[in-house]
Design a protein around this ligand. Structure first.
Ligand code: ADP
Ligand code: MG
Length: 291
């Protein structure tokens, strides 16, 4: 069997505890799945230590075409967020499946659009070369169409509060700029998924891509500071992807035209001003609770 999830699948003390309705067998036993693809440290084609292109392609194929079985429900989630296993030709991985039918209606986002926003967030992360969003696809499942995302076994040793406050972690800074691009309205500490090798993923990008400025995050430590050079390069890749790469068409299939236009405008504004944004004035700028 091949396991496409990097890291160990264990509960993490000292971080917001993840509760499932039914604890998956190997999670409960704390077993490390055998034959797993190791987390990449030799990635060619990516700007950071994340998955290799081959790992990513395999994960996307597995998530898209694999047989999905629900193993539990994440009880601390606000939507129907299901912990699942996906299996294809002997390869297997843990994943999160959020069916559109389980989305809690929100006053400020159109109903039934959160799953597509999560897939769009993955597309932006990939186009930039940030690799801050785990592989995420739209697919059909036991409760209808929804998003399906690779489960990341985050490092239980990482102090998430300290990580979220850090000012000198380039990957966290990438995450802050990614959030500014996608206009993330819910970057909580518990949505940070650090790996033992230093790579950082984030999850829960359902409330992104609003047209109005709604950035709500725990990562304001760089506000007003000059963007690092690597951020300018990443933003340039997004701009290219929107203009002449596949990103424009991908986003157009997942978001409304005004939302795609607003995304382009946010990228252009970041490239023009070259500073981290300030908190919005008419909008709660920090999520509550922040974890
Ligand atoms: N891909 C993932 N890998 C690992 N943990 C995840 C992943 N997606 C979600 N989680 C965990 O599950 C919790 C609930 O998921 P989340 O996406 O926040 O659901 P909701 O949209 O309902 O708030 C997250 O805070 C995080 O701890
Ligand atoms: Mg959440």
């Amino acid at each position: 069997m091949t396991e496409a999830t990097p890291g160990r699948r264990v509960e993490r003390p000292g971080r917001p505890r993840r509760k499932t309705g039914r604890v998956p067998g190997d999670l409960a036993a704390g077993r490390t799945p055998a034959g797993r693809i190791p987390p990449d440290s030799t990635s060619a084609g990516s700007t950071d230590a994340g998955s290799t292109d081959a790992d990513r392609a395999q994960a996307l194929e597995l998530l898209s075409a694999g047989t999905l079985s629900v193993e539990g429900r994440l009880l601390d989630a606000s939507n129907a967020t299901l912990y699942c296993r996906v299996e294809l030709g002997g390869a297997t991985a843990a994943c999160v499946y959020k069916p559109v039918s389980g989305e809690r209606p929100l006053w400020d986002f159109p109903a039934g659009t959160l799953a597509a926003r999560e897939v769009a967030a993955y597309a932006v992360s990939r186009a930039a070369g940030w690799d801050v969003v785990p592989p995420t696809v739209m697919r059909d499942g036991p409760f209808g169409p929804g998003m399906c995302q690779l489960w990341i076994d985050a490092d239980p040793e990482t102090d998430l509060l300290a990580l979220a406050r850090s000012r000198d972690n380039p990957r966290l800074r990438d995450m802050a700029i990614f959030d500014a691009v996608v206009n993330n309205a819910d970057r909580k500490i518990g949505h940070l998924l650090p790996l033992p090798d230093g790579h950082l993923y984030g999850c829960d990008h359902g409330v992104c891509f609003a047209v109005e400025y709604k950035l709500r995050t725990v990562l304001w430590q760089w506000r007003g500071q000059r963007l690092p050079r690597r951020a300018i390069a990443a933003l340039g890749r997004i701009r290219d992807g929107l203009d002449c790469g596949p990103l424009g068409a991908e986003l157009a299939s997942l978001l409304s035209s005004p939302e795609v236009r607003a995304t382009r405008e946010r990228v252009d504004a970041l490239l023009r001003h070259q500073v981290h944004p300030y908190p919005p004035e008419n909008w709660p700028a920090v999520p509550w609770p922040p974890v």
